[in-house]
Design a protein around this ligand. Structure first.
Ligand code: NAP
Length: 241
């Protein structure tokens, strides 16, 4: 029986590459998104992967959404917590809303999503939880106190949950991507990318979403059971915590 994988933010950017790679790897995949219906429809038409719309910052929406996915596709074996946003600004100008949106979407979502699937995984004695953090959660970044705090929180969440479930066939790992060529990074002005970002990447280019997907497949595999609580950096050599 094919394993079932659910990818949050799985219709665009890194998440879309993860969804496609999991499907190509033989998984039954479902992808969620937050609001961009046109991108989700295009992704669905191109891949045949079912898409579901809900806000990962809402616990109740996650509960209802996952119930629906499990009814349609089956119990979730692999959860990829990928959905994320930025609301960049210097901390002394940051609003409570900018703080809350990023914390709730990038860190709260790990509770909201994982809490719904963990009991089933424990009962079935198999699970793969893969969280997508960021290099900026490891090293901090100017203008990203909210984002860096949330992404560092993703790493702590991973380490603690891995300990609690290590005996039960469930692994919990986190990937910390560097700068990846998606709309999130394309929103950074081109001259900032060329002058400030790329010169700091030893490989001398942005990463591609498929290069993160490759790491997800590695951690999701049935025979990856001895890897848990780990942080995998995929950043072109830019930083190692
Ligand atoms: N790109 C990078 O260089 C980079 C580097 C390090 C880490 N990351 C992390 O990698 C992940 C993916 O980044 P990306 O660059 O692929 O982002 P992206 O292109 O902006 O795509 C984000 C995805 O997340 C979904 N999403 C956002 N907020 C949501 C919400 N509240 N509820 C449900 N879905 C939501 C979006 O849905 P809609 O399509 O509906 O908007 C979209 O599918 C994020 O966690 C990001 O922080 C990215």
């Amino acid at each position: 029986m094919a394993r079932v994988a659910l990818v949050t933010g799985g219709t665009r950017g890194i998440g879309a590459a993860i969804s496609k790679a999991l499907k190509a790897g033989g998984y039954k995949v479902a992808a969620t998104y937050g609001g961009n219906d046109a991108a989700a429809q295009k992704f669905k038409d191109e891949t045949g992967i079912p898409v579901y719309k809900w806000d990962v910052a809402s616990f109740d929406a996650c509960a209802a959404g996952i119930k629906q996915v499990e009814a349609d596709v089956g119990p979730i074996d692999v959860l990829v917590n990928n959905a994320g946003i930025t609301r960049d600004t210097a901390f002394h100008k940051m609003t409570l809303q900018q703080w809350n949106e990023v914390i709730n979407t990038n860190l709260g979502s790990l509770f909201n999503m994982t809490r719904q699937v963990i009991e089933g995984m424990r009962a079935r004695k198999f699970g793969r939880i893969i969280n997508i953090s960021s290099i900026n959660g490891q090293k901090g970044q100017f203008g990203q106190v909210n984002y860096s705090a949330a992404k560092a929180g993703d790493i702590g969440f991973t380490k603690a949950l891995a300990l609690e479930n290590a005996k039960g066939g469930i692994t919990v790992n986190v990937i910390a991507p560097g700068y990846i060529n998606t709309e999130m990074v394309q929103a950074v002005p081109k001259d900032v990318l060329e002058k400030n970002v790329i010169p700091q990447i030893p490989v001398n280019r942005l990463g591609e979403p498929e290069e993160i997907a490759r790491a997800v497949l590695f951690l999701a595999a049935d025979d990856a059971g001895f890897i848990t609580g780990s942080t995998l950096t995929v950043n072109g050599g830019q930083y190692h915590a």
